[in-house]
Design a protein around this ligand. Structure first.
Ligand code: NAD
Length: 359
């Protein structure tokens, strides 16, 4: 792992800087990287009022010309309509290839702004400043950009690496609690796969407020893991598949719950259920489910849903894109930090998942 200092991760050829207060020290990081230019600061209507003017002020003091482009908050903005509006704004403001984009917001802003940057004039540079916990630990790193189609999420996109990712853990203090906790679900998933010191940090979090206290080390551990997956994935395709832990069940629940569960909440239930099922089969060490459920539940993440095991749930699983030749490969953990794969016939999935342990 090409880690330099505790708060600095170098991923491929760009830096991910994680430090409290970094949002007020942009000149230190953007100054050496970008000469004077036009910058489109893309944000949404929740994040913009909180942080955009402070970011713009610093960029203007560096000599940049800045326009703020604000999109409506929410997944619906990952659309062709927003792509068109934003691209037209860049063109009307005479942006050329040497001009740039900064994404200031959650995963929606990051995915959309990344896509815009990748296609405007065949690609202009971008810096990601993720402000939600989910974006800080997941979507801002890895270079995946996307918008949605009516037929599905993230159907159109590109791989496009930013020049820099700046993560200020202080910004999560303004996140609504449900979104903070949802993002933390992604962190628990990674920690359960990695174990060791990462899991020890998780054990320090006993209520939602502790997520903010330990944000810096949690984000650092998550991104270190994600960076390793992204770097090694070029050779080991299986590694990235580990990130699907909890997702087969999570996606099926999201499909039938239609919007009631947030993605991270559905995955939390998925992680708890898959671990319980494998523990019941004797393939996961006793008490692992107790540990995993305990960590999820103490911050208020759901670990169960009445729809689990219903006919609707099992027909939703059949839509899983990962099914190949009537077989599905599930990610499970033998114990904390010991991930593994298990492939079974899709016809057997009901028998496999239904008999779980009682807790
Ligand atoms: N590119 C990838 O690799 C990748 C990975 C995972 C998820 N994603 C994408 O990320 C998106 C979800 O990300 P998200 O959960 O950040 O959603 P989001 O961008 O919708 O942000 C969630 C909400 O929090 C608000 N918000 C963000 N930061 C805030 C702050 N500091 N203070 C107050 N409010 C704030 C936003 O305005 C929004 O209302 C999805 O579209 C998903 O597909 C992409």
């Amino acid at each position: 792992m090409p880690i330099k200092k505790s708060d600095e991760i170098v991923l491929k050829d760009y830096q991910v800087k994680i430090q409290k207060g970094v949002l007020n020290r942009l000149v230190e990081f953007i100054g050496p990287l970008w000469q004077k230019r036009k910058i489109a600061l893309i944000t949404d209507d929740n994040v913009g009022p909180l942080y955009a003017n402070a970011v713009k002020g610093q960029l203007v003091r560096m000599g940049h010309q800045v326009i703020i482009l604000t999109i409506p908050a929410g997944e619906a903005s990952k659309s062709w309509k927003q792509v068109q509006l934003l691209i037209n704004s860049l063109a009307q403001n005479d942006f050329v290839r040497s001009d740039s984009v900064i994404a200031l917001g959650g995963g929606v802003v990051g995915d959309l702004a990344g896509f815009i940057a990748s296609i405007y004039m065949r690609g202009i540079s971008i810096i990601q400043i993720p402000t939600s916990l989910l974006a800080q630990v997941d979507s801002s790193v890895g270079g995946k950009t996307a918008i949605d189609l009516k037929t599905g999420k993230n159907m159109v996109g590109s791989f496009y690496q930013p020049d820099l990712v700046l993560i200020d853990p202080d910004t999560i203090q303004t996140l609504p609690k449900r979104m903070l906790v949802e993002g933390y679900g992604e962190i628990i998933k990674c920690a359960a796969l990695v174990g060791g010191t990462f899991w020890k940090i998780i054990e320090k979090v006993n209520q939602a407020e502790d997520i903010i206290t330990h944000a810096e080390e949690l984000i650092h551990a998550s991104i270190t893991f994600k960076a390793e997956v992204v770097i090694r994935d070029e050779k080991e395709e299986n590694l990235r598949k580990l990130l699907n832990f909890g997702h087969t069940i999570g996606h099926a629940l999201e499909l039938i719950e239609t919007g009631k569960l947030m993605h991270g909440e559905a995955v939390a239930i998925g992680i708890a259920r898959i671990t319980a099922a494998f523990e019941k089969k004797g393939m996961t060490k006793g008490d692992t489910t107790f540990k995993v459920k305990g960590r999820l539940a103490c911050v208020g993440l759901p670990v169960d849903a009445k729809e689990l095991g219903s006919d609707a749930f099992y027909s939703a699983i059949l839509h899983d894109k990962k099914i190949k030749n009537d077989q599905i490969t599930l990610v499970y953990i033998k114990e904390i930090g010991q991930p593994a794969f298990y492939t079974l016939k899709i016809a057997e999935i009901r028998n496999w998942l239904n008999p779980v342990l009682a807790f």
